[in-house]
Design a protein around this ligand. Structure first.
Ligand code: AMP
Length: 411
């Protein structure tokens, strides 16, 4: 069966076509700058890559062009669209309503719409993509996979903020967590690498990319995570501050900043970019630091220190930690960041092998010494693969992944 995986942003549609159950990628691509000048469709089949510059006024047209490319281009991968058996969609926020992936019907669409209040930048774009794909492929099942679902097992003690309780009851203000599909994949893959059952594996997963989050995983299930009500909390990110004293916002409001500018400051102008004043991209900061820019180095240092603090916190949460796992553009590729995070963790049982760490760039495997009690792993993430697998399982076997399946949510 062929499954199309779609990840729709406000001005883009990423897609991958899989052959299942072997999870082989047949084609992938990106419709970018939708509704803007310079819109284009990128398409990759094997080693061949094409970019077609054409007007993509809206997501409906983007979806049509993607499907037309899959059947009609010189590197067409399908004879006709009937070969697509199902579509899997990434959805950012599932609120408290979704603890696993589900087939999309009207009730699910309504629920995703309700969750838009919690993720105004993401869910409306996801919904636009789902509706466009459902119009273009009306005969096949469409499945939603939620970024929040893996974190549904976090106990109340971990997800509730110490604000007045009615703020949770009335407005749903709590920790939801994100990047769940990535943390879930990395935790499951870690269990495989360790040769253990997932329900016997404890690990700390670090998703470090432009967006960054960590999860404490006990017996294969998320018990805490660094992102919160929104993806702003926790680690320092490319342009997001992560944890700050909330009183900073009241203080700055007193100085004349309005809501919109504070929101923009914390989400778009902070993090690596804010501290360095140069870039949100780690590679650029490394270059600038090598040329003597001290603020570029400071930004990297603050980034790594925050990750280390969360490692310590999650070690205390978990007690026994089998592995610390790194993924995402930075986690997979930056030996420097991994070294800075792990430096000093030796008394806690995590011992890095510097040579192995340098070699372990973008590949799965250990970068700790043979004697390291806590295994140190690079695990390249595969969110699209998880969405394809969930979609296949639901469509073919009626099997639904449910975040609560192994552990009752403690109340
Ligand atoms: P992502 O959002 O997962 O694509 O990650 C983007 C981040 O990964 C950016 O900060 C990049 O600078 C960083 N990154 C990607 N490749 C490398 C690399 N080879 N070395 C260091 N950082 C990298």
């Amino acid at each position: 069966m062929k499954i199309l995986v779609v990840n729709c942003g406000s001005s883009s549609i990423k897609f991958q076509l899989y052959s299942m159950p072997e999870k082989r990628v047949l084609a992938k691509g990106l419709a970018a700058k939708i509704g803007e000048e310079g819109s284009a469709l990128e398409y990759h089949v094997g080693r061949n890559a094409y970019q077609v510059d054409r007007a993509i006024p809206d997501h409906g047209e983007g979806m049509k062009q993607i499907l037309a490319t899959l059947i009609g281009s010189e590197d067409a991968i399908l004879d006709n669209l009937d070969e697509i058996g199902a579509v899997g969609h990434r959805v950012v926020h599932g609120g408290e309503e979704f603890t696993g992936s589900v087939e999309i019907g009207q009730a699910v669409l309504d629920s995703i719409e309700r969750c838009s209040d919690l993720a105004p930048l993401h869910n409306p774009a996801n919904l636009t993509g789902i509706r466009a794909a459902m119009r273009a492929l009306p005969e096949v099942p469409h499945i939603a996979c939620f970024d929040t679902a893996f974190h549904a097992t976090i106990p109340k003690m971990g997800y509730l903020y110490a604000l007045p309780y009615e703020v949770y009851k009335k407005y749903g203000v709590r920790r939801y967590g994100f990047h769940g599909t990535s943390h879930r994949y990395v935790a499951a893959q870690t269990a495989k690498l360790l040769g253990k059952a997932p329900e016997e594996t404890n690990c700390i997963t670090c998703h470090l990319g432009n967006g960054c989050s960590m999860a404490a995983v006990r017996n294969g299930l998320s018990v805490d995570t660094s992102m919160g009500l929104t993806p702003l909390e926790g680690l320092v990110m490319g342009t997001r501050s992560g944890d700050i004293d909330p009183a900073i916002l009241f203080y700055l409001a007193d100085k004349g900043y309005d809501m919109e500018s504070l929101n923009k400051m914390c989400n778009k102008k902070s993090g690596l970019l804010g501290v360095s004043g140069i870039s949100n991209d780690l590679r650029t900061l490394r270059e600038k630091s090598d040329q003597g820019d001290s603020r570029a180095q400071l930004a990297i240092d603050i980034f790594c220190y925050r990750v280390k603090k969360y490692v310590g916190a999650y070690m205390a949460v978990l007690g026994r930690v089998d592995a610390i796992c790194f993924t995402g553009g930075i986690g997979e590729n930056s030996a420097e960041v991994r070294a800075a995070v792990c430096r000093g963790l030796e008394p806690l049982g995590a011992v890095l092998d510097p040579e192995l760490n340098e070699r372990r760039i973008g590949h799965e495997g250990d970068f700790g010494t043979k004697n390291s009690r806590v295994r140190l792993l690079v695990v390249p993430t595969d969110e699209e693969g998880v969405i394809a697998t969930d979609t296949f399982d639901i469509v073919m076997q009626g099997k639904t992944y449910d975040g609560n399946q192994l552990l009752p949510v403690a109340d």
